[in-house]
Write a protein that binds this ligand. Structure first.
Ligand SMILES: *Cc1c(COP(=O)(O)O)cnc(C)c1O
Length: 262
């Protein structure tokens, strides 16, 4: 997946990739007997510069004004440093930014200047810190409990058996709205294992939504599925798929500012 050097070529490339991705999501939704509009696309923009992200937002706006009927894409950043660098450059387009990586407590204030949601809440300490910082706001902050469904030790997220308790406590905190659950799927070519992980997140969600505790009934969201496995996630009920490479191309491991990946 190449990413052309010329900015206009790159913008066209991103627009074409986004259209393909939308079609892919629609096919996955149809295969699962779900309306395509039930699955929101979040673009994971790590390592991509603001101009590239802008091209994607423009393409999305164009598709919607041409009658695509899809809700606007969300944007996701893993690192607060990248969020605070990019968000001011895109403020005219008013995208909704989600934090999708581990959030250190000393970065909470910086993140909250831009984030509409934090999807990576995996412990009580972060939830409490967020609650303290937002409780004066007129509108609650959307938070998602991240669950490590695969148990891979390198992955962020609460263990599945701890997720329900954490979610109930998070839902009760002032200033926060528990919007749902997020996971990064197993890093394996074994489709059945990936899908079983997504099914597990759905069961955690159903368990919490049905538990009757304050603030839990609205926690319907399931943020799961990436470029390689969105079909499995949509089949298991994903309401948000987080997509990077399928739209932006391969990330250069050397990071932003270096030559585009080939
Ligand atoms: C990068 C990233 C994605 C998107 O991954 P792709 O494989 O590039 O689609 C999704 N979720 C998180 C948390 C990410 O860091």
């Amino acid at each position: 997946m190449e990413r052309p050097d010329d900015p206009e070529d790159r913008a066209r490339h991103v627009a074409a990739r986004l259209a393909e991705l939308r079609a892919r999501v629609a096919r996955a939704a149809a295969a699962a007997g779900r309306p395509a509009g039930d699955v929101r696309v979040l673009l994971a923009s790590k390592t991509m510069d603001a101009a590239t992200v802008r091209a994607a937002l423009r393409a999305d706006a164009d598709a919607r004004s041409a009658g695509s009927g899809t809700p606007p894409v969300l944007l996701g950043e893993n690192r607060v440093q990248e969020l605070v660098a990019k968000a001011p450059e895109l403020v005219d387009l008013a995208p909704a930014w989600h934090v999708i990586g581990p959030l250190q407590s000393n970065k909470v204030n910086a993140a909250l200047r831009w984030a509409a949601a934090v999807e990576s809440v995996a412990d009580d300490a972060l939830a409490q810190r967020l609650s303290e910082r937002v409780r004066e706001r007129p509108v609650p902050l959307d938070v998602w409990v991240q669950v490590n469904v695969s148990g891979e030790p390198t992955k962020h997220g609460a263990p599945p058996e701890a997720a329900r308790g954490l979610a109930v406590r998070v839902a009760a905190l002032p200033g926060l709205r528990l919007a749902g659950f997020m996971t990064v799927g197993a890093n394996t070519a074994d489709e059945a294992a990936v899908r079983a992980g997504y099914a597990l997140l759905r069961r955690v969600r159903d368990d919490v939504v049905g538990c009757g505790e304050p603030g839990t009934a609205e926690a319907q969201g399931l943020s799961m599925g990436m470029s390689r496995d969105l079909e499995a996630a949509v089949a298991e009920g994903a309401t948000v798929v987080r997509i990077g490479t399928a739209v932006f191309g391969t990330r250069d491991v050397a990071g932003p500012g270096s030559a585009p990946a080939r």
